[in-house]
Ligand binder design. Structure first.
Ligand SMILES: Cc1cc2nc3c(=O)[nH]c(=O)nc-3n(C[C@H](O)[C@H](O)[C@H](O)COP(=O)(O)O)c2cc1C
Ligand SMILES: [Mn+2]
Length: 495
């Protein structure tokens, strides 16, 4: 497998999946191009490499849309590259993640990221072409496709999470960590509650497997994302002990920043257009967030600043990856709860992130089975708005089929169940601004509701189910064979 982002890019390049774009400005231009490609571009969506960025040294680059194609996701995760339809990726990742062991990182004393270093008064975060993403954004963001590294001072557990990082000035950053994240628990409970200063590091331009692990809830509290990423790769991630933070820093990253957060040191963060397609945090009001005081920056020659452009979904690269991960998380949760008959799960990236519109297909085993599935699958701390349960003749990743099942098999008064008083997050755009404004600082006690849609025909009426008017497998084969000449140009290959 690839050892870093550059080797991974060579693979993408060899498949014609890297688009080089010269001359785009950091202010709205790079992100504007990325948004158009994500929203209106042809498949497979390429990774966009912006070069010759006005005002920056030649060689400094930014990269958008890392994981916006199914083949790049397969490469990143070491999955079979000839099975890249959505449900195969879900099945293959489920299989791999089940067998995956944890491999702790390996400490080394040098690595490409140490090629250049600046410390003290020489620290200048503005030397990198951090984008401004949307017209109503106030700040520039250096951290959107990166990881934030923190350590629990009591247990030594090292956590990696993707929490956005805004430029404040030459030597200060703002950190936006949502309420229930591990990074928030470490920062507030383990450091600030005891009036301790928190060492922190930010790494940008990671091996995509490490980035994937950092931005997904794959590891529970107390387990390091480094170990999990090592498991994906089948070998340890190489890390260097940070001189200022003592934290393990990825040796092959493009850029690493070391710094610290002091209790009570806050700065206005945002507004920033978010993953759900809104300025949902607090509208156009900024929110006070912890400051990172930067002590050192390390970077490779010709560094690549990786970026994620959040917009109206389906947006930048993370959406597809999130869909696959969350589908597997839900599938595993159902299985762990002892629920039989799960045929497939798909979380729609079109619905903002992947936690808002999730479909589970089941082979019904007992009356009430679909409701059990819906209740367990809808349980999530994130905004898991709609959970739809369909039968196993429906491909959960095909919205056309899902809608047909919803309208033809679900009588709303019988099949729709509302769950009240569920948890939510400050990024939930359906919570009124006034409610969020009651609480200036996280964690905010925000609540939402959810819906389960049982789009399965009730098993107890099975005798009376209406026959389905659909071409049979054998007739399909006969027709496609006999009429191949006519159909080959008219019909997509059967999935
Ligand atoms: C592109 C991208 C950006 C994200 N930005 C944030 C963010 O700004 N704040 C946040 O709390 N979570 C953000 N997340 C989600 C977290 O990275 C994710 O929940 C992760 O599991 C957090 O790690 P943890 O479980 O160790 O806390 C983002 C995810 C992605 C894919
Ligand atoms: Mn974690």
């Amino acid at each position: 497998m690839h050892t870093d982002l550059r080797e991974w890019l060579e693979v993408a390049e060899s498949r014609g999946e890297v688009k080089h774009i010269a001359g785009a400005n950091w202010d709205l231009e790079m992100s504007g191009i990325a948004e158009l490609v994500q929203a209106e571009g042809k498949e497979p969506k390429p990774v966009l490499m912006f070069e010759d960025i006005p005002g920056y040294p030649k060689g400094y680059r930014t990269l958008f849309g890392l994981l916006s194609s199914t083949s790049r996701i397969a490469t990143t995760l070491g999955l079979p590259e000839d099975q890249i339809d959505r449900m195969s990726l879900v099945r293959n990742w489920r299989q791999k993640s089940r067998e995956l062991g944890l491999i702790p990182p390996k400490f080394v004393t040098s690595g490409p990221v140490l090629t250049n270093s600046v410390t003290g008064d020489d620290v200048d975060l503005l030397k990198f072409p951090s984008p401004r993403f949307h017209e109503l954004d106030r700040g520039r963001y250096i951290g959107t496709c990166h990881t934030v590294i923190q350590k629990d001072p009591d247990t030594g557990w090292v956590n990696l999470g993707t929490y956005r990082v805004m430029l404040v000035d030459r030597s200060r950053l703002a950190l936006h960590v949502l309420e229930s994240q591990h990074g928030s628990i470490i920062m507030h409970q383990r450091y600030f509650a005891h009036n301790r200063v928190m060492p922190v590091a930010i790494a940008i331009g990671l091996d995509p497997a490490l980035w994937w692990t950092s931005c997904q809830p794959l590891t529970p509290l107390g387990v390091s994302e480094y170990d999990y990423a090592g498991g994906i790769k089948g070998e340890p991630i190489e890390v260097i002990e940070g001189r200022y933070s003592g934290l393990p820093l990825p040796a092959h990253a493009e850029i690493v920043i070391e710094g610290e957060c002091h209790p009570g040191d806050l700065v206005d963060e945002g507004p920033f257009g978010e993953w759900c397609g809104y300025y949902a945090n607090l509208g156009l009001s900024p929110v006070p967030e912890p400051v990172i005081r930067v002590k050192a920056i390390y970077y490779r020659d010709d560094p690549i600043l990786t970026c994620e452009h959040p917009a109206i979904p389906p947006h930048d690269s993370s959406a597809l990856g999130v869909a696959i991960i969350d589908s597997v998380v839900i599938w595993n949760r159902l299985e762990a709860a002892g629920i039989p008959g799960i045929n497939g799960v798909w979380c729609y990236s079109e619905a903002a992130g992947a936690m808002c519109f999730n479909v589970i297909s089941i082979q019904q085993m007992y009356p009430g089975h679909a409701r059990d599935v819906g209740l367990i699958a809808s349980h999530n701390s994130e905004i898991n708005r709609y959970t739809i349960v369909v039968e196993d003749d429906i491909d959960p990743s095909d919205l056309k089929q899902v809608i047909w099942a919803m309208v033809s098999r679900c009588m709303p008064d019988r099949g729709i169940q509302m769950l009240h008083h569920c948890g939510s997050k400050s990024s939930d755009p359906a919570i009124p601004l006034a409610e969020k404004k009651k609480y200036r600082v996280a964690p905010k006690p925000l609540l939402s509701s959810k819906v389960i849609i049982d789009a399965c025909r009730p098993l107890e009426w099975k005798e009376d189910w209406y026959p389905i008017a659909k071409i049979s497998g054998s007739l399909r084969n006969k027709i496609t064979e006999k009429w191949q000449a006519v159909l080959s140009s008219l019909v997509r290959e059967a999935r």
